[in-house]
Design a protein around this ligand. Structure first.
Ligand code: PMP
Length: 285
């Protein structure tokens, strides 16, 4: 497979970075993941604008402008076109410098890396059956709205899910639902969709925004507001959303069935709306 590193395209085996890269030493960098359907990036503008927000938040200079990012991503997709659907990963670190936590003086060039991976959206069986999840305390920092590469807490939380043989860990902070280790979470209560508000305790998901737009457009009752642990445990439906998972129903939480233990009617409706929307936007040109 072909990857991009600091201005050049090359086979992944040839892409190497210096050991003093601050991404390696401190986890000092940000990333982005963009789903690509039939060679077309989905919601590119939104993903790149979140990338800019992440860079600004950690004060790393944006190494490329919008058209620079777009051209690089287009070429990367072309180079890997053997995969029908792809997931493009972008990473920018603060660059290479002697080890010191403070920013390098003078400024150094950010390290820019991008790769593509095959994207396999959840199977029809998984969509129909739903997945299981566990809950855990949200042990992350207070800037979860930044898509930072320092993901140690997420790694440990996701491994807890694997250790329990379930798909995802849903996080609770001070008794409130934040999100999953790599997904946003929605619940449904008596037909109303409840979404935790975008704040510093969750990543503003691109898929989250698509779900809100679809709910508004199709007049599905929606309330954005903090979701308590009790609301989560008594929800009629729980959903996970992310660029690579799209939407999945959680049918078991901490070993207890969610409602009747099957994906609910609001989920099934939203899943269909999401697929329709995706197919409309991604219609081959
Ligand atoms: N929250 C976290 C912690 C994530 O890692 C992800 C996946 N990138 C999401 C939410 C979902 O975001 P998106 O819909 O943009 O993929």
């Amino acid at each position: 497979d072909t990857v991009y590193l600091n201005g050049s395209f090359m086979p992944s085996a040839q892409a190497t970075i210096p050991v003093l890269d601050r991404g390696f030493i401190f986890g000092d960098g940000i990333y982005e993941v963009i789903p690509v359907y039939s060679s077309q990036p989905f919601r590119l503008q939104e993903h790149l604008s979140r990338l800019v927000h992440s860079l600004d938040a950690v004060r790393i200079r944006n190494p490329l402008d919008f058209s620079g990012w777009q051209a690089m991503i287009t070429r990367l997709i072309q180079e890997n076109r053997a995969w029908k659907d792809q997931s493009v990963y972008l990473q920018v670190t603060r660059g290479v410098a002697p080890r010191d936590q403070a920013f390098p003086v003078p400024d150094v060039e950010p390290t820019v890396f991008a790769m593509s991976m095959p994207l396999s959206t959840p199977s029809a069986e998984l969509v129909a059956s739903g997945v299981s999840a566990i809950t855990a305390l949200d042990i992350r920092w207070q800037r979860c709205n930044i898509k930072a590469i320092s993901l140690l807490a997420n790694v440990l939380l996701r491994q807890e899910a694997v250790d329990h043989g379930v798909a995802e860990t849903l996080m609770l902070r001070d008794g409130w639902l934040t999100e999953g280790s790599s997904s946003n979470v929605f619940i449904v209560h008596e037909g109303t969709l409840l979404a935790p508000p975008k704040d510093q305790h969750m990543l503003p998901g691109i898929t989250y925004d698509v779900i809100l737009e679809l709910a508004e457009y199709h007049a599905i009752p929606l309330r954005i507001g903090a979701v308590s642990e009790a609301q989560l445990r008594h929800a009629d439906e729980i959903w996970l959303t992310s660029s690579t998972k799209e939407i999945l129903a959680v049918v078991s939480l901490d070993g207890k069935a969610v409602h009747d233990g099957r994906p609910g009617p609001v989920f099934r409706r939203m899943y269909a709306l999401y697929q329709d929307f995706k197919n409309q936007v991604m219609r081959p040109r």
